[in-house]
Write a protein that binds this ligand. Structure first.
Ligand code: HEC
Ligand code: HEC
Length: 203
C-alpha cells in the first residue's frame, strides 16, 4: 500500500510480503566501518534525506555490489560515484553490500495532493501498459516494490526524484540496461513521474 502523510487513504489493504533472509557474501560489520565517506550523500545507515541521492538501506543483497562494479568498469556512468568506487577492493564492495542490505529501509510518504498521480502510477506498476506492451513493473520489482535478490532492485522507500531520474536516464540511454532501456523508452515523462511517486511510497 502507499503511505500518505495527510488524511486517510481510501480502501487500503496491506499486502505483507514476507522477505526471506538472504545473506550476501560480505561481512556487514566490516562494511559498517567502510562507509564513512558515503554517509555525506547516502545518509546515516543508508537512509538518504536528499532527493538527489538514493537511499541504500534495505536494498536487495547483491544489487549494490553489482552497481559498484558497474561504476568501476564504466558500464554505469556518474562522475561522483566513479571517484568513490576507485579505491574499493572486491572485499570492500562485498562488505558494503552486506552492510547496506542489512539496514532497515526507509518509508516514504506522499502528500494528499499527489494521490491522483500515484493512482495513475499504480495502474502501470501493477498492470503494465498494454498499448505499448509494457510489462507490469511488479513482475520483477515485486508487488510491494521490495525487489528480488540479487538482480531486481528494491524501489519502495527510495527517493521519488531519484527513481524518476533513473527512469529518464534509462529512457535516454544515458544509463544502459537491456531490460530497463526498452521499458523506459516507451513510457512518457508524465507516466514516469506517476510511477516513481507511487512506488517510492509503497510499504
Ligand atoms: C558526493 C555524494 C556521494 C558520495 C560521497 C557517495 N555517493 Fe553513491 N551516489 C551518489 C549519486 C549522485 C548517485 C546516483 C548516480 C546516478 O545518478 O547514476 C549515487 C549512486 C550510488 C549507488 C547506486 C544506487 C542504486 O540504487 O542504483 C550506490 C550503490 C552507491 N551510490 C554507493 C555509494 C557508496 C558505497 C559510497 C561510499 C563509498 C558512496 N556511494 C558515496 C552520490 C554519492
Ligand atoms: C523483466 C524485469 C523488469 C521489469 C518488468 C521492470 N524492471 Fe526495473 N529493473 C530491472 C532490473 C534487472 C534492474 C536493475 C538494472 C541494473 O542492474 O542496472 C531494474 C532497475 C530499475 C530502476 C533503477 C533502480 C535504482 O535503484 O537505480 C528503476 C527505477 C526501475 N527499474 C523501475 C521500473 C519500472 C517503473 C518498471 C515498470 C514500468 C520496471 N522497472 C519494470 C528489471 C525489471
Amino acid at each position: 500500500m502507499i503511505r500518505i502523510s495527510l488524511g486517510v487513504v481510501p480502501g487500503l489493504l496491506a499486502t505483507m510480503m514476507l522477505a526471506l533472509p538472504v545473506h550476501a557474501a560480505g561481512d556487514a560489520e566490516a562494511g559498517a566501518q567502510k562507509v564513512a565517506t558515503c554517509v555525506a550523500c547516502h545518509g546515516q545507515g543508508g537512509v538518504s534525506t536528499n532527493p538527489d541521492y538514493p537511499s541504500l538501506a534495505g536494498q536487495v543483497p547483491g544489487y549494490i555490489g553489482k552497481q559498484l562494479h558497474a561504476f568501476k568498469n564504466g558500464t554505469r556512468v556518474n562522475d561522483v560515484m566513479t571517484g568513490m568506487v576507485a579505491p574499493l577492493s572486491e572485499e570492500d564492495i562485498a562488505d558494503i553490500d552486506a552492510y547496506y542490505s542489512a539496514q532497515e529501509p526507509p518509508q516514504r510518504y506522499i502528500g494528499e495532493e499527489e494521490v491522483e498521480a500515484a493512482r495513475r502510477g499504480e495502474r502501470i506498476y501493477r498492470g503494465g501498459y498494454r498499448p505499448f506492451s509494457i510489462a507490469a513493473c511488479m513482475g520483477c520489482h515485486g508487488p510491494g516494490g521490495h525487489g528480488i535478490p540479487p538482480s531486481y532492485p528494491r524501489l519502495s522507500g527510495q527517493q521519488a526524484a531519484y527513481l524518476e531520474n533513473q527512469l529518464l536516464a534509462f529512457k535516454s540511454g544515458e544509463r544502459q540496461h537491456e531490460i530497463m532501456n526498452p521499458i523506459a523508452f516507451k513510457l512518457s515523462e508524465a507516466q514516469i513521474r506517476d510511477i516513481a511517486l507511487y512506488v517510492s511510497a509503497l510499504e
